[in-house]
Design a protein around this ligand. Structure first.
Ligand code: BGC
Length: 817
């Protein structure tokens, strides 16, 4: 296989740096191995390694390296073929049964199997295969896949381990002198039954080089240096009030106590805390100094490699805010930094800075972000459960940092807060007080900002010339006026095969080009092979329907898809597009390395330029509210600072390429897949702002993404895409967003399931809320808008404003290339 030069370069970079995303949970010192030799390989991910999840985040890369291939490439002799071949059979049989079950479920629910199967993953089956590979070294690769459209279940073989997995992992641990359990999952697996095995590594899902990266790690050619961005705990330890899985209403009753904010506040020790991760080597962390310049806090620490191997360490700074009228979590991450590669004995001074005002809390009563009077404790360490007090910032009087207005509506409950006896105090102990630096925040250090809600939009001179018909089309994604299946099969682009959509194509005479959008976040999702016709239009070859869903289609539907598939003409040329599968979002964030994330964005930006894509529908930064969300692998973390910083870094990487922009998504509180287009996330204004919107604010301020995608769900009764408060007040006026706003892919006349009480978002409402693009667009959306225009519900004025923003962005991006 001869790769293109850019593929070689991109793959090499990912292989060299991929270990940054991997997290050692347990070690006994027997790894790295001294060299290759015999190795026994077991587990579902050995041969069926997962490179990333399913759905719109699935990248059609040219190939990827499985663990089995990676070990062979490195020169290991695999001694467990009997097990691996046996598992092939077990898996094939289980899959047949899985398909049967889905079809039966569909029949019972009077729907299509293809609808039910979306994102559904097969739980690991139970089986008996011999653990008899020779040698004293073994690896067990436990994998899990999930994806868009379905959530994960706390059942055996999914979030929980199957009986077979428990038994086999424990017997490998007993049998082999050198044993490592490798987790090839994008989401959390409850590891309680195997927590005592000698070595555990979260490999995650690293895209094209997954197997080679593991081989390099085993041989010590590279060193894991990732940290958890989400708490890994026993299933039953997660907060029980975080309602999940209701078809209509999802009540975010846990309020701000998400992830480690909950565990730390109630003094519960999870199996593996947020921020946790070991290294082959060991580090010693020493306090250097704490400074306060105006509102800027800087923490400096010295990190020394005191072990035997080269490695990297992460410095994490948390802030405990004083409780006053607002309750506070025990601590919240304020900033982080990672060392360069440190050889044994080498040390490095690291500094982490942040503005105290960025850690202000939201007070609904005054509609403002405030710092209450009291002591703000700086805690520093290398995980949320291993921190030391470095200093205290004293705030004499309450400060209003930002005055805004409440726009998020109200849930039908009040937020949970830990009861007085339940809450772990964040005040300093007598011992901690001694010698702790106390820095007084100067009275005038923070200027109070009052948000200006006057939004203006200059109407573009060319947009004014558009007819009503053209203007409606400018407000929708480009669609085939004859109807067609395009948007149904997740491939609504015309000029780039496999692109998810594009903007109106017939306004070129007005100098308004069409922007092409393709999915992510684990690389650029486009077709590998396509036919280019003589007019330059691109046609995906084969079914553009995701392969994983083909099995669930009745024969007649398969035939239909084949028939509507493009028939190659003599005048066409057959072309390829090979995009690089990069690590999944969670893995990138686990690197805690902003430069690495920026480089991943740069890889994607390069390929966007190459294939003519203007907007990448990524990164995705929803919060890991519950470990059950089927799309968590696409998202970064349970923490908003991590989410925002990584979305910003990736955006900077992509947007360093002329004509390329990111689309940060899904704005916001889309934390469950069940009935995602009609689910109402109920949450308080404070919770939404401090946890679910904060990352978007960071990403906007630090990188100005070219586009934002609203989410499918409603928030407190209003669809995010129809939410003026979220789009205008918060995103534009408060965060200072300058780009365009599009909807998630609302399929025309989306079939409403039985028992849904909320509607699907509608194009006319979206347009009037200032949403620039209703995606992917269809004939029936067009008709809806035309009718609403006639009734006066949609104005030409508003459509011209939306179209002007789109036109300006299209000129900037398309001409920028
Ligand atoms: C997903 C988005 C994606 C879009 C376009 C939707 O179903 O939720 O994340 O970008 O499809 O494929």
């Amino acid at each position: 296989m001869k790769l293109n030069e850019y593929e070689v370069k991109h793959n090499a970079y990912l292989r060299e740096n991929g270990a940054e995303c991997t997290v050692i949970l347990k070690k006994d010192g027997n790894f790295p191995l001294k060299g290759t030799g015999q190795i026994a390989l077991y587990g579902s991910g050995a041969r069926y390694t997962i490179k990333g999840g399913t759905g719109s985040g699935e990248v059609n890369s040219r190939f990827y390296v499985t663990v089995e291939e990676g070990l062979k490439n490195a020169g290991f002799a695999i001694t467990s073929d009997r097990w691996l071949d046996g598992y092939d059979k077990v898996r094939a049989e289980a899959k047949q049964q899985f398909i049967k079950d889905i079809k039966a479920e569909a029949k019972e629910k009077h729907t299509q199997a293809v609808i039910i199967c979306m994102g559904r993953s097969m739980a690991e089956p139970e089986y008996h295969l011999p653990i008899d590979g020779e040698g004293d070294t073994a690896i067990y690769v436990l994998s899990r896949i999930s994806g868009e459209g379905s959530d994960r279940e706390p059942v055996a073989g999914e979030i929980l381990l199957s009986e077979t997995e428990k038994r086999d992992i424990l017997s490998c641990n007993a049998k082999y002198q050198n044993f490592m359990l490798v987790i090839n999952s994008g989401g959390v697996v409850d590891l309680t039954p195997v927590k005592d095995v000698k070595n555990i590594l979260i490999l995650s899902q690293l895209g094209v080089e997954t197997g080679d990266i593991l081989a390099d790690i085993l041989l010590g050619k590279s060193s894991p240096s990732g940290k958890l961005t989400t708490t890994w705990s026993a299933w039953e330890e997660y907060p029980s009030m975080d309602e999940f899985g209701d078809k209509n209403e999802t009540r975010y009753k846990e309020g701000i106590y998400v992830g480690y904010r909950y565990f730390d506040s109630v003094g519960k020790s999870p199996l593996y805390p947020f921020g946790y991760g070991l290294s082959y080597t060991d580090f010693c962390l020493e306090k250097d100094s704490v400074r306060l310049d105006g509102k800027r806090v800087t923490v400096i620490a010295n990190i020394k490699n005191v072990g035997k191997y080269t490695g990297k360490e992460v410095l994490q700074v948390y802030l405990s805010s004083p409780e006053g009228k607002l309750d506070q979590p025990y601590q919240a991450l304020a900033g982080f930094a990672k060392t360069k590669s440190l050889a044994p004995g080498q040390e490095q001074k690291l500094s982490v800075s942040f503005d105290l005002s960025d850690m202000a809390s939201y007070d609904e009563a005054s509609a403002s972000y405030i710092l209450e009077a009291g002591d703000y404790v700086l805690r520093v360490g290398n995980s949320s459960s291993d921190t030391t007090v470095y200093g205290v910032i004293r705030v004499e009087e309450e400060i209003c940092c930002v005055k805004t207005r409440n726009v998020m509506g109200r849930p039908d409950f009040t937020d949970y807060k830990p009861a007085a006896g339940e809450r772990k105090s964040s005040s300093l102990s007598a011992g901690e007080q001694e010698g702790t630096t106390v820095l007084d925040l100067a009275k005038d250090a923070i200027d109070s900002v009052c948000v200006n809600f006057n939004l203006t939009c200059e109407i573009d001179a060319d947009v004014k010339k558009l007819s009503d018909d053209q203007l409606i089309k400018m407000n929708l994604g480009a669609f085939d006026p004859k109807g067609g299946m395009a948007s149904m099969i997740g491939n609504a682009g015309f000029t780039v095969a496999g692109a998810a959509g594009q903007t109106f194509m017939e306004a070129k005479e007005y100098g308004i080009p069409s922007m092409v959008m393709a999915d992510g976040p684990a690389g650029l999702r486009i077709s590998r092979e396509y036919a280019k016709d003589k007019n330059g239009m691109a046609h995906t070859l084969g079914a553009s329907f995701p392969e994983s869903m083909m099995d669930f289609l009745p024969k007649i539907a398969k035939l239909f898809i084949k028939q509507i598939g493009y028939k190659v003409k003599k005048t066409d040329t057959i072309e390829n597009q090979y995009a690089t599968a990069i690590p999944i979002g969670t893995a990138i964030a686990q690197s805690f390395n902003i430069d690495f994330a920026e480089k991943c964005g740069d890889i994607v930006g390069f390929e966007m330029e190459l294939f003519g894509v203007h907007l990448w529908l990524a990164p995705a930064l929803n919060i890991h509210r519950s470990i059950r969300c089927g799309r968590n692998f696409e998202y970064f973390s349970e923490d908003p600072v991590i989410s925002g910083e990584f979305a910003a870094a990736i955006t900077r990487g992509v947007q360093s390429h002329p004509g390329c922009g990111t689309t940060i998504k899904h704005y916001a509180a889309n934390n469950q897949e069940l009935n995602r287009t009609q689910n109402n996330s109920q949450a308080s204004e404070r919770t939404l702002r401090e946890i679910y919107l904060k990352g978007f604010g960071i990403a906007v301020r630090k990188s100005q993404p070219k586009a934002v995608m609203t989410s499918y769900n409603l928030i407190n009764g209003i669809h995010t895409s129809e939410h003026e408060g979220m789009i205008n007040d918060v995103l534009k006026c408060e965060f200072g967003y300058k780009g365009i706003v599009m909807t998630d892919w609302v399929i025309a006349n989306y079939a409403t399931e039985n028992g849904c009480i909320h509607p699907v978002a509608k194009a006319p409402n979206v347009i009037m809320a200032g949403g620039d693009l209703f995606m992917p667009g269809s004939k029936s959306d067009y008709e809806d808008v035309a009718a609403a225009m006639k009734e006066g519900k949609v104005t030409r004025e508003q459509m011209m404003m939306n179209a002007s923003r789109t036109a300006r962005m299209a000129r900037e991006l398309v001409k920028g290339k």
